[in-house]
Design a protein. Structure first.
Length: 172
């Protein structure tokens, strides 16, 4: 026990102590300073143990999702080049060369692949490249049909096809 900074005198020469006196030790300051210096010089391999939050990797989550999807008996839809989805905030999510699977019985689709979020201005040139094989007159007709569809789906004016009910007692 010569390496420690705390030394206890042999018990045979000490009178028997009771209570707190029993646990008092004399500290050799020179040895304590030497141990402090060596402790600073010695680097423990791996460093200090730190607590940190474990973050699940996306591959773990994808594996769980894949197991759930396999239970749905989905069929592959081959040769899909691009999937574009218009979001509520006005951006477009584009998936290039996706893997598309469908379960017709549950009306479910799974689209996997790397995606990009684009604004309408960023996506418009690539969309026009895809549509350049179409005849311009066909495109004009398509846009006209879309405008007509929007007008027909617009809310109707009050009182056109609905009777006005003032009290529910006379309603048949």
């Amino acid at each position: 026990m010569s390496d420690t900074a705390v030394e206890q005198q042999p018990t045979s020469t000490q009178p028997k102590k009771t209570g707190k006196e029993k646990y008092k030790f004399e500290v050799n300051q020179a040895k304590l300073e030497q141990l402090k210096k060596t402790a600073k010089e010695v680097v423990i391999a791996g460093g200090m143990r730190r607590k940190h939050k474990v973050v699940k990797k996306t591959s773990q989550n994808e594996g769980k999702i894949r197991n759930i999807v396999n239970k749905w008996r989905m069929t592959n839809i081959p040769e899909v080049m691009e999937v574009s989805m218009l979001m509520d905030d006005g951006t477009i999510t584009v998936v290039q060369t996706p893997k598309v699977e469908a379960a017709v019985h549950s009306n479910s689709f799974v689209i996997t692949g790397k995606y990009q979020r684009l604004t309408m201005e960023q996506y418009l040139p690539s969309m026009l490249k895809q549509l350049q094989n179409y005849d311009p007159s066909q495109l004009q007709q398509l846009f006209a049909n879309l405008k007509e569809g929007e007008k027909s789906s617009a809310p109707q004016e009050k009182g056109e096809d609905l009777p006005e009910v003032s009290s529910f007692e006379n309603v048949q």
